[in-house]
Design a binder for this molecule. Structure first.
Ligand code: ARG
Ligand code: ZN
Length: 466
């Protein structure tokens, strides 16, 4: 932040020199360089709310170079003399705000933009950033890789928690969700797959252009782009939902096909738990990342991602169930801050327990007992991961699921299942915090559930028994 301010000194001087009054020059009102997330202090920015990202990109797999423009349309939530976007690496060529050239500077992962005239609170504006370069692969605090991952024939963008800033300038925090239009040009013969629905394709000069549109609000961490050779299949579920799946030909085996063929059935079953499916299409992306890039599945919006080159099967059924359940808990109802992550992972883990029981595998009691017995699950309470490296640790997943297991024991099946269905509706397409959840439970049931939450959600100590 200090460096950014330093970088703005020349601008302030220029302003001072051009100031006809010759009087005191006020420091421009600055948007904060972070939204105040306890675990990721620099994630996101203050002073504006993004409504739409218009990304117009071109990718060259041979050189790894990405280039294009990002048009970020937002509403100022305060008077703004300058504001930040998050961007890691890449080279910014120019920035305009409202079509007028704007001054900008870089410091770490912060791109500071100073419009030619200050924005008023409530004003809608579009900041357009022209940029290019070979995007970075980021290493997360937990050692996993995200951001831009190059593959043998293209690339995959994965963004949880902060990888989106490796491929487009953004307000990189789950609390600021927006719609997207992504247009990407790739060499002919390759496919570009993203979230939402395919709004158009065209061929020009030996290149293919794909236009993907995400109309429902999406957090930056859920945005994806996969470029490469894919076997694409398009179909419609019996319920009329369009499916678009893109599978790396190397993973296009009967086991993967059999798992993906169950998407309609799983979505139907999950709709029974969580209410109507929140998006206009579904599907999956299965890509090979290369052995050195690790691999984890991710609930990228509409169209979850699965690494095809890990241990087979590429798409384990319980992982598919897990990622599809995130469409309700995570993608439609998104954590307000990163410490609320158990609202994603605890719910998705619990859903996979229900599925296993439904499929005739372990009963929910058996899954809960195994989680209770797992030493690592008791490292911290699910409501408060101590550091950014703990975001995807065992307590968030398994102890998070135990919160729901205990809630069900307290409420009984009927009331619990009503609550499970009402919760995604309450915050559909929005954000929710842990406090929102506990308050909702109290209001919905009219009961004092403090003892359950105190023990299972907030308590440091492991209870004597389940
Ligand atoms: N949200 C993913 C899941 O469904 C896990 C993401 C892991 N990301 C990471 N940076 N470790 O479980
Ligand atoms: Zn998950």
């Amino acid at each position: 932040m200090r460096a950014a301010r330093h970088a703005l000194l020349p601008l302030l001087l220029a302003c001072c020199l051009s100031c006809s009054a010759g009087g005191v020059v006020a420091e421009p009102v600055a948007g904060a360089p972070g939204v105040g997330d306890r675990l990721f202090p620099h994630a996101g920015n203050g002073g504006y709310d993004v409504t739409h990202y218009g990304l117009d990109l071109s990718y060259e797999p041979s050189s790894g170079r990405l280039s294009g423009t990002a048009a970020v349309t937002a509403t100022a939530t305060q008077d703004l003399g300058r504001f930040n976007l998050d961007l890691s690496g890449l080279t910014v060529g120019s920035v305009t705000v409202g079509g007028h050239p704007a001054a900008f500077s870089r410091s770490g992962d912060e791109l500071t933009v100073r419009p030619d005239k200050p924005l008023d609170r409530g004003e809608q504006f579009t900041a357009t950033v022209a940029y290019a370069g070979v995007p970075r692969t980021l290493t997360d605090p937990d050692g996993s890789r995200e951001g831009w991952l190059r593959t043998s024939d293209g690339a995959v963008a994965l963004g949880e928690p902060v990888g989106a800033m490796a491929w487009f300038p953004c307000n990189n925090h789950p609390s600021d969700k927006a719609a997207y239009d992504l247009t990407v040009s790739v060499p002919g013969g390759l496919t570009a797959v993203s979230n939402g629905e395919l709004a158009g394709t065209s061929q020009t000069g030996g290149r293919s252009v794909f236009h993907w549109r995400t109309s429902r609000p999406m957090a930056t961490y859920l945005a994806t782009l996969a470029i490469g050779h894919f076997d694409v299949s398009r179909s419609t579920t019996p319920a009329g939902l369009p499916l678009y799946t893109a599978v790396d030909p190397r993973s296009n085996d009967p086991a993967t096909a059999a798992a993906l063929a169950r998407i309609p059935e799983i979505l139907d079953w999950e709709s029974g738990l969580f209410g109507p499916y929140p998006f206009a299409s579904s599907g999956a992306i299965v890509a090979h990342l290369g052995s050195d890039q690790g691999g984890y599945a991710l609930e990228t919006q509409n169209r979850p991602f699965f690494p095809g080159d890990g241990d087979p099967p590429a798409v384990p059924l319980s992982t598919l169930v897990h990622e599809l359940s995130h469409q309700w808990v995570g993608d439609s109802v998104t954590p307000r801050s990163w410490q609320d992550i158990w609202l994603n992972e605890g719910f998705a883990t619990y859903t996979a327990w229900l599925w296993d029981a439904h499929e005739g595998g372990d009963t929910v009691d058996q899954s809960a007992a195994a989680a209770f017995a797992e030493t690592a699950a008791w490292a911290f309470p699910p409501a408060s991961p101590p550091t950014a490296a703990d975001l995807f640790a065992a307590p968030v997943y398994r102890r998070g699921a135990l919160v729901l297991y205990e809630l069900r024991r307290t409420l009984g099946d009927a009331e619990f299942l009503r609550l499970l269905r009402a919760w995604p509706a309450e915050h559909r397409y929005g954000n929710a915090s842990t406090a929102d959840f506990t308050a909702f439970c109290a209001k919905f049931t009219g009961r004092d559930l403090t003892p359950v939450f105190r023990t299972w959600l907030y308590g440091a100590a492991k209870p004597a028994h389940l």
